[in-house]
Design a protein around this ligand. Structure first.
Ligand SMILES: NC(=O)c1ccc[n+]([C@@H]2O[C@H](COP(=O)([O-])OP(=O)(O)OC[C@H]3O[C@@H](n4cnc5c(N)ncnc54)[C@H](O)[C@@H]3O)[C@@H](O)[C@H]2O)c1
Length: 312
C-alpha cells in the first residue's frame, strides 16, 4: 500500500521541517495545523504553512484537532507524526485549558479516529519536560514533571500508550530535548537572546545561568523523527537529545561572539517550572533511529544567527 503520512502541527517550528524533508524524500503528506496564536504570532505559522502548500506531495489542511470532523480526512492514512501541541512553560501556568485541550483532548480525538485507518506507525512527540527539573539519563529515569506543560505531555504519552495496549495503535513516543536552529520558536531562549543581542538591546537571563541543556539541532531531530516512521518499535520511548551539555551562560558567550556586540544582561528569577539540568541519554535513538549530532552548539547557533539576520 502507498504510504500517506499525516503530520500534525505542520506549521510549527519542527513540524514544518518534518514536512519539508518528507516532501524532499518523495512522500505523500497531509500537513495539518490550526495556526493557533497565544504563544507566538500565528502569522509566522501562516507563512510557513503557505510555503509548504507549494511543495511536491503536500496537501495542507487548516483545522483544529479539538473540533474538526476527523472523518473528513482520507481513511487511508498509514503513518502519523503528532507534533501538534501547545509547547512552552509560562503560558501553561495561566492557561491550563489551552494546554490540556490541545495536548490531551486533541490527541484523544486523533487516536480515536485513527482506529479505523490502516495505521503502520503513530509517532507521538513528547518532551524532556516529562522528567522534571533534572532530566538526566535514559528513558527509565523518573517521570516527575514540574510544569503544567510537562504534566499534559506526560498524560498524552499515557493516553497514546493506552490506545497501543487496548486497540493496538502502533504508538512510539519521542521525547525531544531543547530543539534549536533556523526556524526556532520566538518564545524560546536562544532566539530571544539572538534577536535582542543583534539589536543591541538588553537580554533577560532568568536564573543563575548555570542551568544546562543537551540541545538538539533541528535537522538531527527531524531525521530521527522521520526514521521513527519505519524503525521505532511500538510501545517504546526514545530520548531525542544532543550529547553536548552546555550552560545557558556558555550559550550566551557564544551568541555574544557570533553577534559581535557586547551583551547587556539583566538578571531575573528563574522561570516557574524551568528545568535545572537536561542531559538526555539517547543511546536507544542513536542505535535504532540513527540519531546523530551533526553540529556543535557553536555551529548550530551560528546557523540560527544567520537565519535570523536573513529575516531583517
Ligand atoms: N521546540 C522544542 O525544543 C521542543 C522540545 C520538546 C518537545 N517539543 C514538542 O515538539 C512539538 C512541536 O513543537 P514546536 O517547538 O515545533 O512548537 P510550535 O508551537 O512551533 O508547533 C506546534 C504546532 O501545533 C499546532 N497545534 C497546537 N494545537 C493544535 C490543535 N489543537 N490542532 C491543530 N494544530 C495544533 C500549533 O498551531 C503549532 O503550529 C510539540 O509537541 C512540542 O511539545 C518541542
Amino acid at each position: 500500500m502507498k504510504s500517506l503520512i499525516l503530520v500534525t502541527g505542520a506549521a510549527g517550528f519542527i513540524g514544518s521541517v518534518v514536512v519539508e524533508e518528507l516532501s524532499r524524500r518523495g512522500k505523500t503528506i497531509l500537513a495539518l495545523d490550526a495556526l493557533l496564536g497565544g504563544l507566538y504570532p500565528s502569522e509566522e505559522k501562516r507563512n510557513r504553512f503557505s510555503a509548504l502548500a507549494s511543495l511536491p506531495g503536500v496537501t495542507t489542511i487548516e483545522s483544529d484537532l479539538r473540533t474538526m470532523d476527523l472523518s473528513e480526512l482520507p481513511g487511508t492514512v498509514t503513518h502519523i507524526i503528532n507534533e501538534a501541541a501547545m509547547p512552552g512553560l509560562s503560558l501553561s501556568w495561566s492557561d491550563f485549558d489551552l494546554y490540556s485541550s490541545c495536548n490531551i483532548s486533541g490527541l484523544s480525538r486523533l487516536l480515536e479516529a485513527s482506529r479505523s485507518w490502516p495505521l503502520e506507525k503513530f509517532v507521538q512527540i513528547s518532551t524532556s519536560s516529562v522528567y522534571g527539573s533534572h532530566a538526566v539519563g535514559d528513558e527509565t529515569q523518573s517521570l516527575l514533571p514540574v510544569s503544567p506543560y510537562g504534566v499534559t505531555k506526560l498524560a498524552a504519552e499515557n493516553l497514546a500508550f493506552a490506545y497501543w495496549r487496548e486497540s493496538g495503535i502502533p504508538v512510539s513516543v519521542l521525547r525531544y530535548f531543547s530543539v534549536y536552529g533556523p526556524g526556532q520558536r520566538p518564545d524560546m531562549a536562544y532566539r530571544k537572546f539572538i534577536t535582542l543581542a543583534d539589536r543591541g538591546l538588553p537580554v533577560t537571563l532568568l536564573g543563575s545561568g548555570k542551568q544546562s541543556r543537551t540541545n538538539t539541532f533541528i535537522t538531527d531531530c527531524v531525521a530521527a523523527t522521520i526514521a521513527a516512521l519505519e524503525l521505532a518499535t511500538p510501545g517504546e520511548v526514545y530520548n531525542i537529545s544532543g550529547s553536548e551539555q552546555r550552560t545557558i551562560s556558555e550559550a550566551l558567550e557564544i551568541i555574544e561572539d557570533l553577534v559581535g556586540k557586547p551583551l547587556k544582561i539583566e538578571r531575573k528569577d528563574s522561570a516557574r517550572g524551568d528545568q535545572f539540568e537536561t542531559r538526555g541519554d539517547s543511546t536507544r535513538a542513536r542505535s535504532t533511529l540513527g540519531l546523530t549530532d551533526s553540529v556543535t552548539l557553536e555551529t548550530g547557533l551560528e546557523r540560527e544567527v544567520q537565519w535570523l539576520q536573513s529575516l531583517r
